[in-house]
Design a protein around this ligand. Structure first.
Ligand SMILES: [Ca+2]
Ligand SMILES: [Ca+2]
Length: 284
């Protein structure tokens, strides 16, 4: 028996050190065209979509129900950009910032009422954290945290107290997904979308995951999905998980040529950029 014990212990150690499988498989159910090119959140009845300067509320059938096209009007610190958003407990959480000439300032966690889309409150960011930009936000109720991701330097995910907005610390992730766009907490992991495929060369973007390990300062990134099933390669944006419908929802933009972060016209067959939600059934 003792001869078996050591290999068994080693096996268990290796098994627990590996990241758990997030999805057995994902089946694309449908796509919904939306306004807004940044992110998505969901509650039991509605989808919420963020544009750079607006928030939209949709039925799950894709009908536009409400728009807030002035989301910065109640802020004391100037902002001109929203990233990927999240829903928690009747509120929408958004990362807002003033983005100009490739750099960001006035990063803040802005909270909106999900029913009305009106401003509710905000938390300021901690500049000493080293965070340079906010591309996405996700609420982590289990750990009482709000997490933020950084498009400029994605080496860390930054965490704040969900109750009072105090900066808690940061999680080093490796290897770093390039051009992060969205984050979402799911099963004690953080899912990350990255616009790391170049649409000029028909390259796919990707979904990654890192485990939330409270005892560790760093966490290994695992590749979860390659988006080779989109209508045309473009820019992946935010994501969310619908726990009621058991779906993964990923926001994509296609049609606009973006080179070095600058829009330079459209691909053949396109007269405008198309924003879509891809809805995938999660097969556990
Ligand atoms: Ca989201
Ligand atoms: Ca891309």
């Amino acid at each position: 028996m003792k001869k078996l014990l050591l290999p068994l212990l080693l096996f268990l150690l290796v098994e627990t050190a590996l990241p758990q499988q997030v999805f057995n498989s994902l089946e694309l159910i449908k796509t919904i065209e939306v306004e807004g090119r940044q992110g998505v959140a969901v509650d039991s009845n509605y989808y919420y979509v963020s544009g750079s300067k607006a928030i939209f509320k949709y039925s799950k059938e894709g009908k536009l129900l409400l728009t807030n096209d002035n989301p910065f009007s109640s802020l004391t610190k100037e902002a001109n950009h929203l990233g990927d958003i999240d829903y928690y407990n009747g509120k929408l959480y958004a990362g807002a910032e003033y983005f100009y000439d490739g750099s960001a300032s006035n990063i803040q966690i802005v909270i909106y009422d999900a029913e009305t889309l009106e401003f509710d409150s905000f938390f300021s960011w901690e500049p000493e954290s080293g965070q340079q930009e906010v591309c996405a936000i996700t609420v982590d109720p289990k750990n009482n945290l709000v997490w933020m991701a950084d498009w400029i330097d994605g080496s860390y995910l930054y965490k704040y107290d969900l109750t009072n907005g105090t900066y808690i610390g940061k999680l080093h992730i490796y290897p770093v997904p390039e051009k992060q766009q969205g984050i979402k907490v799911y099963k004690n992991q953080i899912l990350i979308t990255a616009d790391d495929g170049d649409a000029e060369y028909e390259e796919s973007d990707h979904l990654y995951a890192v485990s939330i390990l409270e005892s560790e300062s760093s966490s290994k990134v695992s590749l979860i999905k390659t988006f080779n099933d989109v209508k045309r390669q473009g820019e992946i944006e935010g994501l969310t998980i619908d726990g009621i419908e058991n779906t993964l929802i990923v926001h994509f933009n296609r049609g606009m040529r973006v080179v070095n972060g600058m829009p330079i016209g459209f691909y053949p067959g396109y007269e405008k950029e198309i924003h879509e939600l891809y809805i995938y059934k999660i097969v556990d």
